[in-house]
Ligand binder design. Structure first.
Ligand SMILES: Cc1cc2nc3c(=O)[nH]c(=O)nc-3n(C[C@H](O)[C@H](O)[C@H](O)COP(=O)(O)O)c2cc1C
Length: 333
């Protein structure tokens, strides 16, 4: 793409949105649409893919879109293109969370470009991590990654903070599993790999697994396992933001993805223990436990993976891209 061009080439669009869809999302719901107009790509919340029981305010949905936006910034920088992120404006589609403007005549961010190799390596790693500590330099890089996106990452230190967090995780598991609507929603997102989204199970196992999840409250067992996982995690950390409006939530997503990709660069993977943030009454108790101000957005566990996991599936690009003709009157989204 040359500076004088006002449209993104097919190649650039495919590179950027191909990177975007590698982002994580709760239940692998992939709740995004990318609206291409001129030199901009709008990140649109696809609320038909919302999770009303797990995420009633679409908070995690907005953060997932923020993760996808961050991946596009990385892919653009790697392709030698500068970018600028525009927040939503009053004139925009209310589901448009942000727009990425590609600026070929500005210098790309070398720090972002250096993360490109990790885009396809990142996994949500729900297993026990290797019993190796995480280096202080890696932890410092994760904290700096959050700060670089106007967010904070609080690493839980000492037994008492970690124990309090584990208690809240267990309470969150109990609450979520006791709710039949939450279990039904989880069951509905258990899919065979060929579907291209959702939590992947072997095709033959799907009906039985769905029936078990729909029918039985196994919260106690899940809580016991999560407490063990938390206790054995080399790092537990809370990502938070100053605000909690949709723009802050999208920022939280950009910070999350910057942390996850930076973690990968240091040989680490992560997974989520978000229950004490998803269950509203527990969220402020978590904040008090870590003595921070603002809004917790994610509770992460991080460490060195013991095995390589296969990538989870994604929907094809043509299902998530919309092209909008340029109109001189309306340069928004
Ligand atoms: C905002 C957000 C919240 C998530 N919450 C959870 C969670 O509570 N528990 C969990 O196991 N995974 C959680 N995930 C991870 C997704 O399940 C995972 O991203 C998805 O299955 C795709 O897999 P991948 O990350 O390996 O690509 C979350 C991801 C995002 C972005």
């Amino acid at each position: 793409m040359h500076a004088a061009e006002t449209r993104l080439s097919r190649e650039v669009i495919t590179r950027l949105i191909g990177a975007a869809i590698l982002a994580p999302s709760p239940h692998n719901s992939q709740p995004w649409i990318f609206r291409v107009r001129g030199r901009c790509i709008g990140v649109i919340a696809d609320r038909t893919r919302a999770l009303p029981a797990n995420d009633p305010d679409d908070r995690e949905l907005a953060s997932s879109c923020g993760c996808a936006l961050f991946n596009m910034r990385v892919a653009a920088a790697h392709a030698g293109l500068g970018t600028r992120v525009h927040g939503p404006s009053a004139a925009c589609d209310p589901d448009c969370l942000a727009r990425l403007e590609v600026l070929p005549d500005t210098t790309p961010d070398a720090t972002l470009a250096a993360l490109h190799g990790t885009l396809a390596q990142r996994r949500t790693y729900r297993r026990t991590f290797a019993a190796r500590p995480v280096a202080v330099a890696a932890l410092d890089a994760l904290v700096a990654a959050a700060a670089g996106e106007q967010a904070w990452l609080h690493v839980l230190r000492g037994d008492s903070q970690r124990r309090l967090a584990a208690e809240l995780i267990a309470e969150g598991d109990d609450t979520q599993w006791a709710d039949p609507a939450w279990r039904r929603e989880l069951a509905a997102w258990m899919h065979p790999r060929r579907r291209g989204d959702g939590l992947v199970l072997p095709g033959l196992a799907v009906p039985l697994a769905q029936a078990v999840v729909r029918t039985f409250d196994i919260g106690h067992g899940v809580a016991a396992r999560d407490v063990q996982l938390a206790a054995a995690s080399p790092v537990l950390a809370v990502l938070g933001t100053r605000g909690d409006d949709p723009a802050s939530r999208a920022e939280a997503g950009q910070a999350l993805q910057r942390i996850l990709l930076t973690a990968c660069r240091h040989g680490l993977q992560a997974s989520f223990l978000n229950q004490p943030i998803e269950v509203a009454p527990l969220r402020m108790r978590l904040l008090q436990a870590i003595a921070q101000t603002g809004y917790p957005q994610m509770l992460l566990r991080l460490g060195h993976p013991e095995i390589d996991l296969p990538a989870t599936p994604r929907r094809p690009l043509d299902e998530v891209i919309e092209f909008v003709p340029d109109s001189p009157r309306d340069a928004g989204c």
